[in-house]
Every structure is written in C-alpha cells, then in structure tokens.
Design a binder for this molecule. Structure first.
Ligand code: ZN
Length: 526
C-alpha cells in the first residue's frame, strides 16, 4: 500500500514542472483527499483549471491570482454519481432542474431511465438537457418497459418476431443516441410481461454498443434468488454487464436471503462475469401501494372495480391483498407517502388509518386504489442485511429518488434528500460499518466503473472537475420519514464541471450540469 501511494504522489507531482494556462483556477489546500479508488486518504492540494483537475500534490505552486481554499480538516472526494435516479421528468422542469436535493448530498451526476420507465427518445431527452442545463450532469438508460409500451401498448402477451424487431430498433437508436445501457423493472407493467428470452434479445443489442443491463429484478421477496439468477443469466446469454438495482431482501419472509443473494453475485463474478449492484441505505423501500399488495393486472382502477363486482374474483383478490398486508405487519409497516385524494393520510401507516376510519386495512387499501392509488413507504428490510449488503465491494450507493421541489405537498422517502450523506455520515463515519475510502468509492469510482464513465468518478489529473469538499463532522442526512424534505448538511463546496454549485455551504444557483453521452462501441467500428 505504502509503495503504491508513493508512486501515486510521484505521478501527481509531475505536473508541477509544466506551466499551467491562465484559465479560472482554484487550489484546494490541505484537504484529506479520497480519490475514489478505495485507497487510503492523503493530505494534499488539488488544482482546478477551468473544468479540469490539473494538478494534485503537496504544497502545489500555483500561478498568481489563483483562488485559494483552505480545506484543512475537510474531505475532498470525487463528486458522487447516482446510478439509480428517477429524475427523468423532474430534471427537465423548472422546479427540479437545479437538483438541489442531490447537490446538497454531494452528487454531481445522475443516471435516469431506471426501473424500465422514462423517455425512450434518448436523443431528444439529452437535447433538452443541453438546451436548459441542469444542476447535475445527466445520463440515461433506455427504459425497456417504455420501449415495450411503445410497440405492444400494455398487452400481456408474447411479442411476435416483428414486434421484437421493432423493440430492438428502439433500443438500438437509444444506444446510438448515447444511452449507457438498458433498464428493466420486472415488477412493473408492462416491463414484467417480457419473458427472459425477450429480454435477452434486447440486451444483446445493448451489448453490441457496450452498454449495461440494469434491472429492478422480478422479485425482491421470497423468490429473490430466482430473480437474481435470471438477471445473471441475461448478462451471460446477452454478453453484457449486469447491474442489480436497489439490492435487498424485502418483506419479513425474505429476511435471511440477502447473504445467499450476495453469494450468487460473488459466484458469477468469480466465473468472470461483470455483476454489480446498488443500494440505498435504509430499511424501508418505497413504491406505489398497488405494486406492493396487488397482482399487476389489478393495478388499473377500471380492472379493479370490475373485479370487485365479480364475487369469486373479488374474494381471491382480497385474499391476495390480505396476504400482502400480513407480510407487512398487517399494515403497520406500510406508511402512506403521497396520496393526492387526502393529504391528511400522508405519514400514517395503514393499520393506524384503519383504526382511525373504523375500517379494516383491506378496506383502506381498496379505497386508496379506487381513488387513484398512493405512493407508500414500506419498512420491509432487516437492518443487519442492509449493513451486510453495504459492505460488499461490488455495491454502489444509489438513491432511487429524484430531483424534487422543496415546496410541493409530497411526502417522499427521505432517500431523496439523504441517501449519500446517510451512508457516509451515519453508517460509515459515525457507525463504522465500512471504511471511509470504501464508502466514498461506492459513490464515485465504482459507479463510474460500472457504467464505463470516462474521466469522472476519481480525483485524477486531467479528469473533469466534479468534486465535493465536505466536513466529516457535519456531513449527515437530516431528512426523516416524518420530515423528509430537509437538505443534507456538511457539503462546503461542490464543483460540477469545474463550476461552483455550492460555495461556503450555500447553493450558487448555477446550472453547470450537462448531458453525458455514452459513446457506442459500434460507432468506432469502420
Ligand atoms: Zn426500482
């Protein structure tokens, strides 16, 4: 380790001997530099010239007029990269464009198009980001569910060869326009209607362009292992890297499966396959109530209402819902996060609401579903398993949240405001669950490696100046389930492409993010 560090320093000192040009410059002095590779921190200086990191070393000599920032006691890390963002719709709107809830976490790049849903026209989406900018950099995955809907609507059937061809063509275009891979969301409609074979055909086209297969797998509950195996098999058959989104064992009956799921990934990696995962560091998940307790086809209001009129079907359906509630503590673990019909229900769990309304939890579920549904927070994970997953070297930090307005009426999962500082501040610095260098790597170098993002994710000479300077004593999440819309604290400075998005702890309002396009392998072929 020592010898390797010395070598890094020698390389880092080389640029001192060359002259630097006279663009806007800032030198960050005496920072604890954690470079994203997972190696030990070093105390030193980093020089930023324009939008690049131009020198790293001790006591850097810099041209006159260079701005100096004293970073004594502060940690300088690569700007964080969120591989699991659902900002597709919000980051192109005025209310979410700045992505302040992520800037305050130290995030400088987000990957959208997750869980099978988002814009299919990757080129048009990137163009919007080019035109209006954003607070963070934005990258995109081709969302397989939206692709399937564009060709087969919401039909639950096998795709014909012609339809597969049309889906492959859409995936191909998305990859040519700079998508970093394809996502699936196999508990959602219509993504889940795709068979493994259908997914392999689409993924094979992604592979030709050098993209990844990112999956919200078919089951995170008692059939977790089957679902992990399906994802790994898709990667093996289509010859591309597999990335498992928000890795977890969810629901009381699934507790204990995390270590076996980890073992499946480790085994595949040993066999030479590229398999990775990401995680948000919370014991609660969040999605729609329908996705949690209803079979897929009953999530549409009309289908549900019709089914309830048929006595036999209604009884079967109710039994399914009761089972869904039973594994979630009879509704005690299920909290209403967003419910437009009645905001007063937000923040309460289904058992509480049942008591308050003098109804059964089943009746509450049916009422919510018939009123357009609600987003929920489900305390379904085991703390020990969350920590176990977090420690794995192949697990990146990712939020599963989105750019948000601070003032609307929603009550989102706190991961939207606290994911990264919670892992680093709460679990690592205060809880000692994993070393700081690894916690930083899981938010920077590792996610960059997973998608093959060049010149970002590490503090290296010549790399883009996406950097976060935070105070390890105060870097922490403040968002709670009761009060989720609270910005994280502790980021002192944040550079996005060399521009200051946060300065002395305050957001500058600058929109320095850009659309980052993946370069297809196919393009470089003659
Ligand atoms: Zn998901």
């Amino acid at each position: 380790m020592l010898r390797r560090n010395m070598l890094i320093w020698l390389v880092a000192l080389l640029p001192l001997m060359v002259t630097v040009d006279l663009q806007a410059q800032v030198v960050i002095r005496n920072a604890q530099i954690i470079d994203g590779a997972g190696t030990d921190p070093l105390v030193g200086d980093v020089l930023v010239t324009g939008n690049r990191i131009t020198a790293i070393g001790k006591d850097l000599k810099v041209p006159a007029g260079t701005r100096e920032i004293d970073a004594t006691g502060l940690v300088l890390a690569p700007g964080f990269i969120d591989l699991h963002s659902h900002s597709d719709r919000t980051i192109v709107k005025d209310s979410g464009r700045q992505n302040l809830n992520y800037l305050a976490q130290g995030v400088t790049s987000v990957l959208t198009g997750n869980c099978a849903s988002g814009p299919v026209d990757v080129g048009a989406y990137y163009k919007k980001i080019d035109q209006d900018s954003a607070g963070t950099n934005v990258m995109h995955l081709v969302p397989q569910g939206s692709v399937r809907r564009a060709v087969l609507k919401n039909e639950n059937r096998t795709a014909s060869p012609g339809e597969i061809q049309r889906m492959v063509a859409l995936v191909d275009q998305g990859m040519r326009d700079g998508a970093w891979g394809m996502s699936t969301g196999l508990i959602y409609l219509p993504s889940s209607y795709a068979s493994t074979d259908e997914l392999v055909k689409l993924a094979a086209r992604v592979s030709r362009h050098g993209g990844i297969y990112a999956s919200h797998i078919r089951n995170e509950n008692t059939r977790l292992l089957e679902a992990v195996s399906e994802a790994i098999a898709i990667g093996r058959r289509a010859k591309l890297p597999v990335h498992i989104s928000h890795f977890k064992a969810s629901g009381l009956q699934a507790w204990g499966l995390a270590s076996e799921a980890i073992a499946l990934v480790v085994e595949a990696r040993k066999a030479g396959q590229q398999v990775t995962a990401d995680q948000y560091p919370y014991t609660a998940s969040s999605t729609s109530l329908g996705a949690m307790v209803l079979p897929a086809k009953y999530r549409s209001r009309d289908v549900l209402v019709a089914a309830l009129k048929n006595k036999e079907e209604a009884e079967q359906l109710k039994e399914r819902i009761r089972r869904g509630l039973r594994v979630r503590g009879e509704g005690k673990r299920l909290y209403v996060a967003g419910y437009k019909t009645n905001r007063a229900w937000q923040g309460k769990n289904l058992a509480e609401l049942a008591e308050q309304e003098k109804k059964s939890t089943l009746e509450i579920v049916l009422e919510i579903q018939q009123n357009g549904g609600a987003s929920m927070v489900n305390f379904g994970m085991d703390e020990a398993e969350v920590r176990l997953i977090m420690k794995q070297k192949f697990v990146a930090t990712a939020s599963d949240g989105s750019a948000r307005s601070l003032t609307d009426e929603s009550q989102p999962h706190p991961r939207n405001f606290g994911c990264f500082p919670r892992k680093i501040g709460h679990y690592c610095l205060r809880g000692n669950v994993l070393p700081l260098a690894q916690a930083i790597r899981s938010a920077s170098g590792l996610p960059a490696d997973i998608i093959g993002l060049p010149e970002r994710g590490y503090i290296r000479q010549g790399y883009w100046a996406d950097l976060v300077l935070f105070d390890p004593k105060t870097f922490i999440d403040t968002a709670t389930f009761a009060q989720p819309k609270q910005l994280a604290t502790g980021v002192r400075y944040l550079w996005v492409n060399g521009e200051l998005a946060i300065e002395k702890g305050k957001a500058t309002g600058k929109l320095a993010g850009r659309a980052l396009r993946h370069e297809s392998k196919e393009k470089s072929k003659p």
